[in-house]
Design a protein around this ligand. Structure first.
Ligand SMILES: [Zn+2]
Length: 420
């Protein structure tokens, strides 16, 4: 089986021209979900799928699936699916998601050219709205394909100006029906790593064991706004000073948690609003957003417990009143042993070094893993930057990883003991 690395690179570089941004630091693209640039990327992708003889369909929320039923396959057998996404964050990199859909296509093309005789159909997939940059906070299409969100609910989502339904209509990608990931025998996704663990280890390919869980919370701290010149220090209820203690506690607790257990814990206060935010007024209120992650739910809980304890202490010692609401809670997701092992065996046979790693970012695969066996592979990231034009992977690593992807797909698609 031999991967056409040139074709893979050409498709990624062509997709980089849709929504290309000026960036001295590298090549970037802005292709928000269902935007014009995303529409152009979809158009090019569907053309490529059809060229490869795949049967293309688009579901009601714009998920794209191209199916190939090999002559050797039972057309009724549950397919093995593979893919990623074509939308990006503003000023995103050219590999994020794009590598995943085109490595999927090149893997299928390599299997088509080979003598192999898969017994299951193969399906190349592009999910709608993986990045949480428009309409939803991420993994939109895959949440519909796994039944977490209804088609109607998804189509009604608004970006403040238009709905997903109208935006998909405008680019011609509101299809019919619902892609059902539960119909797949197995799923694989290849993605750029987005950190430097693989590059640091000199390893081109990562096999993901777990995708991190993420909990996001909104904290408000209410004190009292007062004149900064006339209010004595022992007379103040300074909301920002209290908030500062919380920011540091989140950092301290995540650091301490990461030193034990899975070593995957992280905690961030990424957003802080101060009111009235005026130089000569003691801050009256502060509102913060926390993002807490780990691959072990207990490590997320431990960090949240510390936040609660600190808020209690702030109420007692600083006289502020506080509130905490956590409205985003995605549990950690383990990748299927079968998919991990199949990929590890494929890489070993090719003599391609791998390392088991966790994913600190969410991906469509964490949704798919709730309904079928799912695996996630990472290509080494040259400098660790992602969601940035600095994002970079070596083309030879992309080709090597796609070779492993193709071998793993073929192995999954020729197994017989999982027949439905
Ligand atoms: Zn991505």
């Amino acid at each position: 089986m031999s991967i056409d690395g040139k074709s893979l690179r050409a498709a990624i570089e062509q997709t980089a021209t849709f929504g290309a941004v000026d960036a001295a630091e590298g090549r970037g693209r802005t292709a928000l979900p269902a935007s014009e640039a995303n529409g152009a990327a979809r158009e090019y992708f569907c053309e490529r799928l059809r060229e490869a003889g795949l049967d293309v369909r688009v579901d009601a929320v714009g998920n794209i699936a191209g199916r190939w039923t090999p002559p050797s396959a039972n057309p009724e057998a549950a397919p093995v699916a593979v893919g990623s996404h074509l939308d990006s964050v503003p000023r995103g990199g050219i590999f994020d998601g794009v590598l995943g859909v085109y490595s999927a296509l090149e893997a299928v093309r390599a299997i088509q050219r080979s003598e192999a005789a898969p017994t299951r159909p193969l399906e190349v997939v592009c999910f709608t709205g993986e990045e949480g940059t428009r309409f939803a906070d991420g993994v939109l299409g895959s949440s519909v394909a796994t039944g977490k969100r209804s088609v109607e609910e998804a189509l009604a989502l608004s970006d403040g100006e238009t709905t997903l339904e109208s935006a998909l209509d405008a680019i011609g990608y509101r299809g019919t029906g619902r892609l059902d990931a539960g119909d797949w025998d197995a799923w694989l996704e290849l993605h750029i790593e987005q950190t430097t663990r693989l590059a640091d280890a000199g390893v081109p390919l990562g096999i993901v064991t777990d995708i991190t869980g993420t909990t996001r919370c909104h904290v408000t701290i209410a004190g009292e706004a007062d004149h900064s010149g006339t209010t004595a220090m022992d007379d103040r209820t300074d909301a920002l000073a209290a908030a500062s203690e919380l920011v540091l506690e989140v950092e301290r607790r995540a650091t301490a948690t990461a030193e034990t257990g899975t070593g995957t814990a992280v905690g961030t206060v990424g957003s802080l609003d101060v009111d009235p935010n005026v130089v000569n007024v003691v801050p009256g209120s502060a509102s913060l957003q926390l993002d807490i992650r780990a691959t072990d739910q207990r490590e997320i809980q431990r960090q949240l417990d510390a936040v609660r304890r600190l808020l209690d202490a702030l109420e007692r010692h600083r006289g502020v009143s506080t509130s905490l609401t956590c409205d985003y809670d995605v549990p950690p997701t383990a990748m299927s042993e079968r998919c991990q092992q199949t990929a590890a065996d494929a890489a070993a046979k090719r003599g391609i070094p791998t390392r088991r790693v966790h994913s600190g970012a969410g991906h469509d695969t964490m949704q798919v893993a709730t309904v079928t066996d799912a695996g996630l592979l990472f290509v080494a990231s040259e400098n660790g930057h992602s969601h940035s034009p600095k994002e970079l992977a070596r083309w030879e690593d992309c080709t090597a990883a796609t070779t492993v992807l193709a071998d793993a797909l073929l192995a999954l698609a020729t197994e017989t003991h999982h027949d439905t």
